[in-house]
Design a protein around this ligand. Structure first.
Ligand code: DGT
Ligand code: CA
Ligand code: CA
Ligand code: ZN
Length: 585
């Protein structure tokens, strides 16, 4: 590890200690040592091996030890533990203009704020102005800083990137000079978080297309405008790049700019192994870098490009160098599920807890969309902030659902609401007793208030999976993309327990969650654990999340039979009964 990296870690330790309210001398020692390292004019490694660290100004024994560990092992357990002990949301708050560690610590201590979202809520509720030493002005400045950061954040959730990109693709497609057009980059690969949006277009008139692009209604600012490419900043602060190429180059450019870098590297190696050269302009019969059109092997589509490299077509969402090449070689690439395979969602809320809509409105909306079922799994009583239901209200809700289902049957409608709960996983078990759970058609168990300890969270989740009445674990890691990290958990152990007990694992399709992450599904599948793609809908529009969830499932290599809610209602009911029957309950 080089000195700049070490200096950055020391500075962060200083900040973390300040957030924890450590004594200022200690805090400053780290910051001073970082400064000193930055100014060092010989290699830090040399100083470490020659054991001269202690001679440097302001570096005491404790720092000598820590710096040595960092330089020699590349890690520092002290730092990792310290970092884990401070909510990551506090560090994010520090990125807001005008908020230093002292203020952040007071907001945390006095208002129990642990992240930007809570900070915003507190400011809107006027709570920050009332804190001594803060006042109206600071409160307003905090809100402005949050808005500013949102607008120019450098990473964006998939759903916001899609919202920004969709109208532009439409508009490009309808332009008379555009021949072919696609998104590329991480967006085309359905990554859950996007840096910038990439478009590739083929055209005979690049200038006209680029002009059309930079004058799109969503464009806030033109960052670059050349003959073949342009970059713009879109509303919401997301950047977008467009490259315009010829028809001949299009498949190559599309593949190149779709990436990922890791996938591209293997593609290039495969070309070289065949005596060919692959780049963004083509696949060439050459052993050297070239863009000579006479040497280009013509490919009309990405399919043909893959074929020339001895592979079947690899879907963009699989292009992460996560095994797609080996699977392609052995013709075992998955037949990815489609979002239209989904027939309903098994984790959703209504206005009985923290959802917006009535049961009647939900039925109307979801059945109109052609879905077959929709489970109502409102929160249990421990989630009082979400207006969780106690057993009495839950029983009342069961009656309402039964009544609605009776009238659906009378009308001859096949659609059904399913009864259920999202039961809280508490320290010592579930928030509802088994006899109540046994009366519900769908039981989602979720950990909303995790412990700080990995083993403890893992234990709680496994215990929930072992309950015969629990059908699935909801949002298994609790992450909120770009807002809150996953809680500490041994996710493999949880997956193993789900596989063993026949408990399904949720792929929560909310754009903030997309949890369980796509990277774990191949493992889950190999263990025989099955997936449920749920909207966790709190309002009608959230039905759209099914599409997002299916995209992430595809990225996780899932096929239709891996996903429970592709089953029609009758088969689903059977599947819901399986674990309970097996347990003899
Ligand atoms: P992002 O924007 O950070 O979410 O991720 P990407 O994958 O969209 O990355 P981006 O926009 O920088 O570039 C789009 C694709 O272009 C990327 O996936 C692969 C390709 N690409 C860009 N720069 C390089 C490079 O230096 N080497 C290689 N092999 N490929 C590159
Ligand atoms: Ca990109
Ligand atoms: Ca880009
Ligand atoms: Zn939940």
């Amino acid at each position: 590890m080089d000195k700049d990296h070490v200096a950055a870690v020391l500075t962060e330790i200083g900040t973390l200690l300040e957030l924890k309210g450590e004594n200022p001398f200690k805090t400053r020692a780290y910051v001073n040592a970082a400064r000193m390292l930055e100014g060092l004019n010989e290699p830090l490694e040399k100083v470490v091996t020659e054991k001269r660290l202690g001679n440097l100004k302001g570096v005491g024994d404790a720092l000598v030890e820590k710096i040595t560990t960092l330089v020699t092992t590349g890690r520092l357990p002290y730092y990792e533990e310290l970092k884990a002990s401070v909510p990551s949301g506090l560090l994010e708050m520090l990125e807001l203009q005008g908020l230093g560690p002292k203020k952040v610590k007071r907001l945390h201590d006095e208002l129990a704020i642990t992240g930007v979202e809570q900070l915003e809520a507190a400011a809107r509720a006027g709570k920050i102005a009332r804190l001594e030493g803060f006042g109206e002005k600071t409160q307003t400045r905090i809100l402005e800083a949050i808005a500013f950061k949102r607008q120019f954040a450098s990473r964006h959730r998939l759903a916001s990137a899609l919202t920004a990109a969709d109208p532009i693709v439409e508009s490009l497609r309808s332009h008379p000079d555009v021949l072919r057009c696609s998104t590329a980059g991480s967006l085309r690969r359905w990554k859950e978080v996007i840096g910038d949006i990439d478009f590739v277009v083929s055209s005979k008139k690049p200038l006209a297309v680029l002009q059309h692009f930079v004058t799109q209604p969503g464009v806030l600012q033109v960052l670059a405008h050349g003959d073949t490419k342009a970059s713009v900043l879109l509303n919401g602060g997301i950047q977008a790049d467009l490259r315009v190429v010829s028809e001949t180059e299009y498949p190559f450019a599309l593949a190149y700019f779709t990436g990922s870098k890791e996938h591209n590297i293997v593609m290039r190696q495969r070309a070289i192994a065949r005596g060919l050269r692959l780049n963004e302009y083509g696949l060439f019969r050459s052993t050297e870098e070239t863009r000579d059109p006479d040497l280009r092997i013509s490919c009309n589509s990405e399919e043909e490009l893959y074929q020339n490299l001895g592979l079947p077509f690899i879907a963009p969402e699989l292009r992460e160098d996560h095994g797609e090449f080996a699977a392609g070689e052995s013709h075992t690439l998955p037949r990815l599920m489609e979002w239209t395979d989904l027939r309903g969602s098994l984790h959703n809320h209504s206005n009985w807890s923290d959802g917006r809509n009535t049961l009647e409105d939900i039925v109307q909306h979801t059945s109109d969309l052609g879905l077959e079922y929709w489970a109502i799994t409102d929160h249990s009583r421990a989630s009082f902030q979400a207006n969780g239901l106690d057993p009495k209200r839950l029983r009342q809700q069961l009656e309402s659902v039964a009544q609605i289902n009776r009238s659906l049957a009378d009308e001859g409608t096949a659609f059904r609401l399913l009864t259920g709960t999202e039961v809280d996983i508490l320290k010592d078990g579930l928030d509802f007793p088994d006899d109540l759970l046994s009366q519900l058609e769908v039981v989602v168990a979720s950990l909303h208030v995790p412990a700080s300890d990995e083993a403890e969270n893992t234990r709680r989740l496994i215990a929930a999976a072992e309950n015969p009445f629990v059908h699935m674990l909801g949002h298994p890691t609790g992450r909120l993309l770009l807002e809150r990290d996953a809680y500490k958990v041994n996710i493999q152990a949880v997956i193993d327990a789900c596989a063993e007990t026949g408990t399904w694992i949720e792929l929560n399709a909310s754009p903030y969650r997309l949890d369980l992450d796509w990277r774990h599904w191949n493992y889950a599948k190999s263990k025989g654990a099955r997936c449920v793609i749920n909207c966790d809908a709190h309002r009608l529009e959230h039905v759209q999340f099914l599409r997002l969830g299916a995209a992430i499932a595809r990225k996780g290599w899932l096929e239709k039979p891996d996903v429970i809610n592709t089953l029609p209602l009758a088969a689903l009911r059977k599947a819901l009964g399986k674990k309970r029957t097996a347990a003899g309950s």
